[in-house]
Design a binder for this molecule. Structure first.
Ligand SMILES: [Zn+2]
Length: 298
């Protein structure tokens, strides 16, 4: 069947039946004696179904780098009570990752940096980002997904950093975003040196909690830890009253109740990526409503 590409230049065909490929979807144009219709081509009769997929060609993020970043996140939270972000760059030839700390303004619920101002080392490509959610869960918020829609790569969120004595775990969640399609990745495979701290409940094979720790018993924030001055100097931490309608703690509880209700992420095994829409992913259907009163929540 004829396919019309809506590029703003090609004229519309005169056929009575043709497909349209537009920026937002594919459509079927049909002209009959009874009606002229344009309908969404969600199903094309006679063709086999396609599927989103992703195979990342980079290696897992090395353990020393993960540790450096997690400890920095925990330290910033302890010192300033705010989130913070580190970008991830990668050298294809050397197969090496390098962290990039952007100039950023952080609060307990937001991070602002400008990707245009990032300078990468020679030979390095920007391949992703990592950021913290302080004491809050490590899911990818609506704002994260919005920010990452134009930032292809792997995105990691860490959260549930705790000031409680003896606490030595954190939440971690890793997803890839490619042209706005999101894929859930396995934190244990991609974040070297990280293992599940405990499994809260298992309902199905892939169900596990998102709480992690270092596999060699290293502290999340050792008492002797001193962050790199170059990193700290890039961060302007602003203390402000949370603009959240609910307190943080209440928000965390609300999030946990949602998780209980909908189940945890469908976490793929090893290097596989699962299209987020395929898995029983934690997708806040009502999040627009919920996040409406939380400007800047990251
Ligand atoms: Zn976030």
């Amino acid at each position: 069947m004829e396919i019309w590409v809506r590029d703003g230049k090609k004229p519309k065909p005169h056929s009575s039946l043709f497909y349209e490929l537009a920026s937002n979807s594919a459509f079927i144009h049909e002209r009959t004696d009874l009606w002229d219709s344009v309908t969404e081509a969600s199903e094309v009769r006679g063709l086999k179904p396609g599927k989103c997929s992703l195979r990342l060609k980079m290696p897992p993020i090395p353990r020393l780098l993960i540790r450096e970043i997690v400890q920095f996140f925990a330290w910033i939270y302890k010192e300033h009570g705010t989130e913070v972000a580190v970008l991830l760059s990668y050298n294809l030839q050397k197969k090496l990752y390098a962290p990039v700390v952007p100039e950023q303004v952080t609060t307990h619920g937001s991070i602002h940096y400008n990707l245009q101002n990032i300078t990468l080392k020679d030979g390095y490509l920007l391949v992703g980002s990592l950021h913290s959610h302080c004491d809050f869960g490590a899911f990818h918020s609506g704002i994260d997904e919005h920010d990452e829609a134009d930032f292809d790569g792997i995105h990691v969120t860490f959260g549930k950093f705790s000031d409680e004595k003896g606490a030595n775990s954190f939440e971690a969640s890793i997803e890839a975003a490619i042209r706005g399609t999101r894929f859930v990745l396995d934190p244990v495979y991609w974040l070297s040196g990280v293992k599940p701290a405990k499994i809260i409940k298992i309902k199905e094979e892939n169900d596990m909690d998102l709480l992690f720790t270092f596999d060699d018993k290293s502290r999340v924030l050792p008492p002797s830890y001193k962050p790199d001055d170059d990193w700290v100097n890039k961060v302007t931490a602003k203390k402000r009253r949370s603009r959240l309608r609910f307190g943080r703690r209440a928000l965390g509880k609300f999030y946990e109740s949602l998780r209980d209700k909908f189940g945890s992420y469908n976490i793929p095994k090893s290097h596989q990526a699962i299209d987020k829409r395929d898995g029983e992913s934690l997708d806040f259907q009502d999040k627009d409503l919920f996040w409406k009163d939380t400007p800047g929540f990251h």
